[in-house]
Design a protein around this ligand. Sequence first.
Ligand SMILES: Nc1ncnc2c1ncn2[C@@H]1O[C@H](COP(=O)(O)OP(=O)(O)OP(=O)(O)O)[C@@H](O)[C@H]1O
Ligand SMILES: [Mg+2]
Length: 386
Amino acid sequence: MSDASVAPGLGWPVTGGDVANGDATGEGRSGLGWPLVRKTTEPADTPPNLEREESVSTGDGAAQRTSNSVAGTASDLGDFTMSGPLADLDTPIAREAAVALMAVGRRTAPMPKPAGTRVMVVANQKGGVGKTTTTVNLAAALAVSGLRVLVIDLDPQGNASTALGIDHHAEIPSIYDVIVDETPISDVIQKVEEFDGLWCVPATIDLAGAEIELVSLVARESRMRRALDQHLATDGVAYDYVLIDCPPSLGLLTVNALVGGDEVLIPIQCEYYALEGLSQLLKNIDMVRAHLNRDLAVSTIMLTMYDGRTRLAAQVADEVRQHFGDTVLRTTIPRSVRISEAPSYGQTVMTYDAASSGALSYLEAAREIAERGANSETVQGESIHG
Ligand SMILES: Nc1ncnc2c1ncn2[C@@H]1O[C@H](COP(=O)(O)OP(=O)(O)OP(=O)(O)O)[C@@H](O)[C@H]1O
Ligand SMILES: [Mg+2]
């Protein structure tokens, strides 16, 4: 596509053909990751129809809504349609139980393991786009599917720690100690209850000062990388994924995450303004790649808070897909009350309401990421830790 077809009103960067060391034409997007292997499933211009839906577990028509909510994300979700096994269930409760069981069945279906640990940085300096929600729910989805996942909360707000039910009051050893005082990660890590394979390095409010304290420290941009490399090499836990939740800024904390990671996952909210600032983020990623971490790739763009009732959401999603092609996950995360309620119970949506469209879509997104990783030479090759 040409730049002329990019709607400037949606806040697109007007940077010509070169975006993040790739280009806006859809060809040669090497800097955006996944350059070597293209998935040959669905074309990127058929966004999944993830309708707004709170839970699939209530009343008549629930199964139909589920069917709508996941249609197009994966053919194997066809079981959720009224023509599938649910067709014979004539009471809402029976259907509810069946839907929940199917969801649980999908939860436990194993996902492909990557060749080594994939360190994914969830970044977007725009606030409230779903970074934390994506980090914790993806992590939970990968963990319930049999993978071992470490979440590093790198945001002084500590939202990821809260959502995982991890204590992160001021005295708790945290990522601050790791980055500023060189405390080993193994001394601050906490196990997330309810999950066999999920751990968290919490963030406390101390981290708010780290941005300033880091300025005068040695190797200020690569302190996270050192700590993580040391943890992965010597502490004996063979993680499949490390997900780093960044704060909404492009400061030293985010730079530390970008230097410490292999891949960047950018959540984009399907709203007006969502794309503003994206060129700045991509420029920063380019700079980190040029000077500090040459293997860094933007491997994944995820559309979040998609509201199927609005034309704007569809328009934003279309533009992002045209611009970034296969980097964008086919699975779109719907706007869902269940997703937004879960953190107030110290839970991810995977445990809060496993049969909701939010949980299913994060599960599907996790599967897509896992399958891409298993198929991609980029991820299995040089750019991977371990
Ligand atoms: N799919 C969704 N449906 C409904 N609400 C959502 C969804 N994703 C995120 N939210 C809500 O939107 C708000 C912002 O999400 P979140 O905290 O994940 O964004 P963030 O990018 O991490 O924010 P910050 O930049 O402050 O760290 C939260 O209240 C969250 O519960
Ligand atoms: Mg956040």
